[in-house]
Design a protein around this ligand. Structure first.
Ligand SMILES: NC(=O)c1ccc[n+]([C@@H]2O[C@H](COP(=O)([O-])OP(=O)(O)OC[C@H]3O[C@@H](n4cnc5c(N)ncnc54)[C@H](OP(=O)(O)O)[C@@H]3O)[C@@H](O)[C@H]2O)c1
Length: 248
C-alpha cells in the first residue's frame, strides 16, 4: 500500500487493473491524481499492475481488493477508501459483469450479480461516498452501446447498462448542491481482455458494422472519460463512443 500525497486530487477507479479501467488509471496518474485502484479477484494481475505502475508512479496509488457484485461490501469498502482519504474528487465506476446464459437459463443469482455489479453497488457507493466528495467533484459511469440498443447476447447486461445511463441522468439533480457532475461513456466494442475470447468470425462481423472497421482501443475510451472529468460544463451526458456502429 502506498502512502497518500497530501495536496493531490484523489480518484477512485473500480475495475482498474485491466482493460479500460487500467487505461483510465494510467491517464489519471499521468495527470497527477492519487488513484485508489479497485479489482475483484485476480491478484496476480493486480500485482503485475502494481509493479508496472510503481516504475513511474510510486506513492501515487493504492490497490484496493473488493468484489463489487455484492451489496454487503459497501460499508467495509467505503471504510478502506476513507483510510486513503476523506475527500475524493473523481469517481469512475468502471467494473462490470455480464452473463451470457441463454434467456431460459438465466438464474436469479446471475441476474442479481450483473445488476449489482453494474448498477446497484455503484449507486450505493455513490450514496455512501457523497459526504466525502469534494465540491465540483466528477462521477463517471461506464455504460455501454448495449444499454442504448438491444443486443441478443445478454439481457441482464443490456438492462443494467440502460439503467446505468438512466441513473447518470437521474443523479444530476441529487448532487447539484455540491456542484458535482455526473456523466457516462457508452463504448461500443473495445479491445480489452473482456473481448479476448470472441471468435474471429464474430469480430469480423462486428468490424463490418463499425464504420471505422475496428474495435476501440482502451486508451480511446480513457480519453473520453478524461474529457468528461475535465470539461466543467459536461453534466448528465451519455457519451456514445462506438466508431460509427450501424446495424445494417
Ligand atoms: N470491452 C468492451 O468491449 C466494452 C464495451 C462496452 C462497455 N464495456 C464496459 O467497460 C467496463 C470495463 O470493461 P473491460 O473491457 O475493461 O473489462 P476487463 O478488461 O475484463 O477488466 C475488468 C476489470 O474489472 C474488474 N472487475 C470485474 N468484476 C468486478 C467486480 N465484481 N468487482 C470489482 N472489480 C471487478 C476486474 O478485476 P479482476 O481482474 O480482479 O476480476 C478488472 O480489473 C465494464 O463495465 C464493461 O461493461 C466494455
Amino acid at each position: 500500500m502506498a502512502t497518500p500525497i497530501s495536496d493531490k486530487k484523489y480518484a477512485l477507479v473500480t475495475g482498474g487493473t485491466s482493460g479500460i479501467g487500467l487505461s483510465i488509471v494510467q491517464t489519471l496518474l499521468s495527470e497527477g491524481f492519487y488513484v485508489a485502484i479497485n479489482y475483484a479477484a485476480n491478484i496476480e494481475r493486480a500485482k503485475e499492475v502494481q509493479t508496472q505502475l510503481e516504475v513511474n508512479h510510486l506513492g501515487q496509488f493504492s490497490i484496493v481488493q473488493g468484489d463489487l457484485s455484492n451489496l454487503t461490501i459497501i460499508q467495509p469498502f467505503v471504510q478502506e477508501l476513507l483510510d486513503i482519504t476523506p475527500n475524493f474528487d473523481v469517481l469512475v465506476f468502471n467494473a462490470g459483469q455480464t452473463d451470457r446464459s441463454p434467456f431460459g437459463e438465466i438464474t436469479p443469482e446471475d441476474w442479481n450479480r450483473v445488476l449489482n455489479a453494474n448498477l446497484s453497488v455503484p449507486f450505493f457507493l455513490t450514496q455512501s461516498l457523497y459526504p466525502y466528495l469534494s465540491e465540483s467533484a466528477s462521477i463517471t459511469f461506464i455504460g455501454s452501446l448495449m444499454g442504448i440498443r438491444p443486443h441478443a447476447m445478454s439481457v441482464s447486461y443490456g438492462v443494467s447498462k440502460a439503467a446505468v445511463h438512466a441513473l447518470t441522468e437521474n443523479l444530476v439533480k441529487h448532487v447539484e448542491e455540491k456542484k458535482i457532475r455526473v456523466n457516462a461513456v457508452a463504448p461500443g466494442f473495445v479491445n480489452s481482455p473482456w473481448q479476448k475470447n470472441k471468435p474471429a468470425h464474430i469480430v469480423e462481423n462486428i468490424n463490418k458494422k463499425v464504420a471505422l472497421h475496428r474495435f476501440a482501443e482502451c486508451k480511446e475510451i480513457a480519453n473520453a472519460v478524461f474529457f468528461l472529468i475535465k470539461n466543467e460544463y459536461m453534466n448528465g451526458e451519455i457519451l456514445k463512443i462506438d466508431g460509427g456502429y450501424s446495424y445494417q
